[in-house]
Design a protein around this ligand. Structure first.
Ligand SMILES: O=C(O)CCC(=O)C(=O)O
Ligand SMILES: [Fe+2]
Length: 202
């Protein structure tokens, strides 16, 4: 097993541990990625969800959408979702991702980070219907954003990767069990990013 590195915030980000994450930049070509980003922006039924926090109703800081096989409902942040049926764009992406991961995914959660103010807070995708140590395949289009991973018991154990336009990140091992991840806000004026996380829901 590889030695875990401490991330000091400066210098080079450590190499990603291959038992947790497999990062493939350029999984989709630039032309494919430009085209898919535009099509997803136009065709996905994006929604601004709300979350109950500290007794207040807050807007989720990004737009989301849930697609997949119609029998697979998904409970997320205390709500139940019925997925929309697969679209041609999603099936095209899913086919490539299924092949790369060697898995037939049955659902996808989409996130639209409209600008640097949109983000996802520290969490793990550890809902029971995903099973123990699930494989989740994450596809990114548009603005490069930083994806941080930290160990739940030791926040100094931390990795970061810049998720590029057209990239694939396969999350595996105990990443959803012993680690958590985030996409932090950015104070810079940055563009839109769309992320898709393909999952197997039981
Ligand atoms: O946008 C990303 O790269 C991660 C999204 C994520 O963690 C999630 O939807 O559960
Ligand atoms: Fe996640």
């Amino acid at each position: 097993m590889e030695q875990l590195s401490f991330f000091d915030g400066g210098g080079q980000a450590p190499k990603l541990p291959s038992e947790l994450m497999d990062y493939r930049p350029g999984f989709f070509t630039r032309d494919e990625s430009d085209d898919l980003m535009q099509r997803l922006k136009a065709t996905i039924q994006w929604k601004q969800e709300t979350i109950q926090m500290y007794g207040r109703l807050l807007n989720t800081p990004r737009l989301t959408a849930w697609y997949g096989d119609n029998s697979k409902t998904y409970a997320f942040s205390g709500k139940k979702y019925d997925p929309y049926p697969w679209t041609p764009e999603l099936l095209l992406i899913k086919q490539r991702v299924d092949e790369a991961a060697g898995i037939t995914f049955n659902s996808v959660l989409l996130n639209d980070y409209r600008n640097g103010n949109d983000s996802v807070a520290w969490h793990a995708d550890d809902e029971p219907e995903l099973g123990l140590n699930p494989i989740i395949a994450s596809v990114s289009f548009g603005q490069v954003r930083r994806f941080d991973v930290r160990h739940k018991q030791n926040h100094k154990l931390k990795y970061s990767v810049e998720l590029e336009h057209g990239s694939l990140l396969i999350m595996k091992g105990d990443l959803q069990h012993n680690w958590e991840h985030q996409v932090p806000k950015s104070t810079k004026a940055i563009k839109e990013r769309i992320n898709l996380t393909f999952r197997v829901i039981s």
